[in-house]
Design a protein around this ligand. Structure first.
Ligand SMILES: [Zn+2]
Length: 206
C-alpha cells in the first residue's frame, strides 16, 4: 500500500530528477507546495510551461532565446570577429555578468565525455564549423576563444575543436583558450596537476 497519494509521489519523482536534488530534498520541496497556497504550485507550473513553449535555441549560437535569433547575435554592437565557444547557456550568463566580453558566443551543448556516452556526434561541432565559416565571410580575421571548463572533458573538447578548425585558413582564424589557473586564495601544494600545468602554461610577463 502506497503511503502517499500517487499525485504527490509523481511530484517527488520529478523534483528528484533535478540536478543536485536527492530524494529527501525532493520530498521536502513537494511538501512545501502542499503546505503553501495553491497559487504557488500553479504559478510554478505556469512559468515552467511558458518556458517550455516559448524558449527555442538561437539559430546562430544555439543559446536559449525567445526568438529565432538571440539578442546577442542580433546586436550590431557585438564584435563579430570574436566567437567564444562555451558548454552551456549558463556560461554565457557568467561572461555577460562579468561584462568583460563584447564578442559573440557559440553554445556546444555539452562536453565530450565517453563515460557519459557523449561523443562527438552528440555535440554541435558541425554547426560550430559552419558558424565560423559564416563569420569568416564577414570578417577578415576571427578569433575563436575556447572557453570549456578546465577538466578532462573540457580539455578533450578543446583539443577536438582546435583539430577541427586547423583545416581552415590559419591566417584568418586564430584559436585561443582561456588561461586556466589557480583560483584566488588557492594553495599551490593542493592544486591538481592539470590546474598547475595550465597555470604554468598561461603565465605572463609582469
Ligand atoms: Zn544567438
Amino acid at each position: 500500500m502506497a503511503v502517499l497519494p500517487l499525485s504527490v509521489e509523481k511530484v517527488i519523482e520529478e523534483f528528484g530528477k533535478l540536478p543536485g536534488v536527492g530524494p529527501k530534498s525532493a520530498a521536502r520541496m513537494a511538501y512545501h507546495f502542499l503546505r503553501s497556497s495553491r497559487k504557488d504550485a500553479t504559478r510554478l507550473a505556469n512559468v515552467l510551461l511558458e518556458m517550455d513553449q516559448k524558449v527555442v535555441n538561437c539559430k546562430k549560437c544555439f543559446n536559449v532565446s525567445d526568438g529565432e535569433e538571440c539578442n546577442i547575435c542580433g546586436s550590431p554592437l557585438r564584435d563579430s570577429s570574436k566567437l567564444c565557444v562555451v558548454e552551456d547557456p549558463l556560461d554565457v550568463v557568467a561572461f555577460e555578468n562579468a561584462g568583460i566580453y563584447k564578442g559573440l558566443y557559440f553554445v556546444l551543448g555539452g562536453l565530450i565525455s565517453p563515460a557519459d556516452g557523449i561523443g562527438v556526434d552528440e555535440l554541435r561541432f558541425k554547426e560550430l564549423k559552419i558558424r565560423v565559416k559564416e563569420l569568416l565571410a564577414g570578417s577578415k580575421n576571427i578569433e575563436v576563444i575556447i572557453a570549456t571548463n578546465p577538466n578532462l572533458e573540457g580539455e578533450a573538447t578543446s583539443n577536438y575543436i582546435m583539430d577541427m578548425l586547423e583545416g581552415l585558413d590559419p591566417s584568418s582564424v586564430t584559436t585561443t583558450r582561456l588561461a586556466m589557473g589557480l583560483p584566488t586564495g588557492a594553495d599551490l601544494e593542493y592544486a591538481d596537476q592539470l590546474t598547475l600545468k595550465r597555470s604554468f602554461e598561461g603565465r605572463k610577463t609582469l
